[in-house]
Design a binder for this molecule. Structure first.
Ligand code: F6R
Length: 261
């Protein structure tokens, strides 16, 4: 694990975007794994700027997203497909047919998740997976208690998550109670992982993921077992890390080596 600690989320997002851009330059047909949520938005904006400036092109890139609410149409303004279009795909030169989000309306979810995993495999697997982290240490919709070998499947949201999401919907009954989500085991197959974490409310989750024991009660802790995993944190999210000075010292060199600087 490399832990990159920046003063601000903008600085961390720029550095993470540089890592994604470097991959796309080296491999124009890169396969990306993407996340929704507020955290990756600044990084997506930097990537869109780089694309508009002609520095990178997504024309041959393919993407697969982590998760989708089960029961929501892709056109619903709270669906993750809608989110990705509005926050990234509409601003870059990617072919929409190359972007994949689980179908929240799939009647047969087992068929849907099997086809999704098979398609990722057929594309050669994910080169780089972007992740956020929940304040309880979840990655994708792998809430505490999810198996660390889980695959893409249907999951039940926790009562807390349903309550938290209620503000985005007209009435409580509209809030989805299930989602389709890549599993921890599926995520671990990505060749590189880039996790972003910003703000003081992520400090416990980052501490658990980086310095806690590997446990299904903090599913991000499984990333300690990944061979090529980068955490990009702002100072607030990294504040509880015991070894943060050491990580900062080491990571600067690792990032320079990676970017060929
Ligand atoms: C999103 C996802 C979630 C989020 C996490 C953090 O596709 O899978 O695990 O990454 O809930 O959300 P934000 O970034 O909104 O704090």
């Amino acid at each position: 694990m490399e832990i990159i600690i920046c003063k601000t989320k903008e600085e961390a997002s720029r550095k993470a975007a540089d890592l994604v851009a470097a991959l796309i330059k080296a491999k124009p047909k890169a396969v990306l794994g993407l996340a929704t949520g507020s955290t990756p938005v600044p990084m997506y904006q930097y990537l869109a700027k780089d694309c508009a400036a002609g520095k990178i092109s997504f024309k041959q890139v393919k993407s697969w997203n982590l998760d989708e609410y089960y029961g929501l149409a892709p056109t619903h303004d709270q669906s993750y497909r809608y989110f990705m279009d509005k926050n990234l795909f509409d601003h870059i030169d990617i072919a929409k047919k190359n972007t994949h989000v689980l179908n929240g309306l799939a009647k047969d979810w087992k068929k849907e998740v099997a086809a999704y995993e098979a398609a990722i495999k057929k594309a050669g697997g994910i080169d780089l997976q972007v992740l956020g982290i929940g304040s309880d240490g979840h990655i994708a919709f792998n809430e505490p208690g999810s198996s660390l070998t889980s695959r893409t499947r249907i999951v039940s949201l926790t009562p807390q998550t349903i309550k938290d999401n209620a503000r985005f919907f007209k009435k409580a009954a509209d809030v989805p109670k299930q989602a389709l989500s890549m599993g921890v085991g599926s995520i671990m197959e990505a060749r590189r992982i880039v996790l972003l974490a910003f703000g003081a409310n992520k400090a416990d989750a980052v501490k658990g993921a980086v310095e806690g024991g590997v446990s299904q009660f903090c599913t991000a802790s499984a990333l300690q077992m990944h061979q090529d995993c980068w955490f990009f944190c702002d100072a607030a999210a990294a504040a509880k890390l015991k070894l943060r000075k050491y990580y900062a010292w080491r990571a600067e060199e690792a990032l320079k080596a990676e970017m060929g600087a």
